[in-house]
Design a protein around this ligand. Structure first.
Ligand code: GLA
Length: 394
């Protein structure tokens, strides 16, 4: 990408200089996939790549928004009085949704503003670019309008935007990881109670690699909603015989005793994933705390297999990446991350073997799918906040 200076772009777009800068990261999920909306545990971390927003308050009721990532959409101009979802507004529906939900929760935003967005996470790659835009907008409004918002409330508001405004029935993981992230740490989150703990990521002489399938996630949201509905149906069958609120309350042992209550075999399979994945997630922290990185990697591999066979959200591309990674020297573990249906996988790889790793995985991936994957090193970073300093990318 050519050198860009966002401050200059802000001035060119809006005709003045003063602004504040905010940043919200993207996220990867280390383990605990499709467990959040089942009341289970997740173990994500925020990453150092994310969304920047340069923002300034206006004196009138107008909102102007521009994204460097979607220049073809030009500057989108609207009024604070009409925040209804409009498909032509595309990416700008995420900030609009946040403003609207803040209104609905009684927060006062009494002026318009000018916003310039730029994200350095790939769009639609399953690294939560949309939740990143939402949380960047949230912290920006919090500061510009002196709103006093508890961070977990902002996280829940972000989730509501997805559920009620965008129409994806997603869980709380993405907004939580992005809102609450901490440098060099993962977050083990109980999605039922929102109790959480930060866990250092002792990677020693390993790195965390993101592998992007570069496959567009078509129909991902409708298939996502279907998986969630399968789990809800399984839960209803179980609830006819046992008093539980979520699948996350079942241990694998209890599940094995009760699974026949779930009438539809596909729903049973989905529930099995949710229950066993939840167990793996809790176990993964125990292994990390014991310094058993290989044990952690084994759980990552088992997670991918369960998402492939029981949850059926991986697909040819993610499977090709994970399977290639598993056979490489120095790879501790690999799995898809996020919702699936394309998007990204992650791998823990010995530092001095990453070059051979990428070369071999790439060549296998190309032979199976006919196109190239991208690789990036991931670093666990802080959650959404005001950004102090330059935003100049080369
Ligand atoms: C998406 C959703 C999350 C979570 C994951 C799967 O990222 O937004 O809430 O359900 O998929 O673990």
């Amino acid at each position: 990408m050519a050198e860009m200076n966002l401050k200059r772009t802000f001035r060119t777009l809006f005709g003045y200089e003063e602004h504040l800068i905010f940043f919200a990261p993207g996220r990867i999920n280390l383990i605990g996939e499709h467990t959040d909306y089942n009341g289970g545990y997740v173990f994500p971390c925020a990453i150092t790549k994310g969304t920047y927003v340069l923002a300034a308050k206006r004196k009138d009721q107008t909102i102007r928004m521009y994204s460097k990532n979607f220049p073809e959409k030009e500057v989108i101009t609207l009024s604070l009085e009409d925040l209804s979802f409009q498909s032509s507004h595309d990416w700008a529906n995420y900030p609009k949704g946040i403003i609207l939900k803040l209104f609905e929760h009684g927060y006062t935003i009494d002026h318009g503003f000018d916003l310039l967005f730029y994200g350095n996470i790939p769009n639609g790659a399953g690294l939560s670019s949309s939740a990143s835009i939402e949380m960047a907008t949230g912290v920006m409004l919090e500061q510009l309008f002196n709103l006093s918002i508890n961070r977990t409330d902002l996280v829940r508001i972000g989730q509501k935007v997805e559920n009620e405004y965008i129409g994806v029935n997603s869980g709380i993981m993405d907004q939580f990881a992005i809102g609450m992230g901490k440098k060099n740490h993962g977050i083990l989150l109980d999605c039922h109670t929102l109790d959480y703990q930060y866990a250092p990521l002792p990677l020693d002489n390993h790195v965390l690699l993101i592998m992007n399938t570069n496959k567009e996630r078509t129909l991902a949201s409708s298939q996502y909603n279907e998986r969630r509905a399968d789990c809800e149906a399984a839960l209803r069958d179980l609830q006819a015989h046992t008093s539980i609120d979520t699948l996350g309350e079942l241990s694998p042992k209890e599940f094995e005793k009760k699974k026949e209550y779930i009438k539809n075999p596909v729903n049973r399979q989905r529930a099995r994933h949710a229950v066993y994945e939840n167990e793996r997630t809790k176990e993964s922290l125990r292994r990390l705390q014991k310094g058993d990185l290989q044990g952690f990697g084994d759980l990552m591999n088992a997670s991918h297999i369960s998402l492939r066979d029981d949850y059926e959200v991986t697909g040819t591309e993610l499977d090709a990446l994970a399977e290639a990674a598993w056979t490489q020297d120095g790879c501790i573990g690999a799995r898809m991350t996020g919702a699936g249906f394309g998007g990204c996988a992650i791998a823990i790889v010995e530092k001095n073997r990453t070059e051979a790793f990428q070369k071999n995985v790439q060549s296998y991936y190309r032979s199976v799918t006919g196109y190239d994957a991208d690789f990036y090193e991931a670093h666990a970073g802080d959650g959404a906040k005001e950004w102090i300093g330059e935003v100049c990318f080369t």
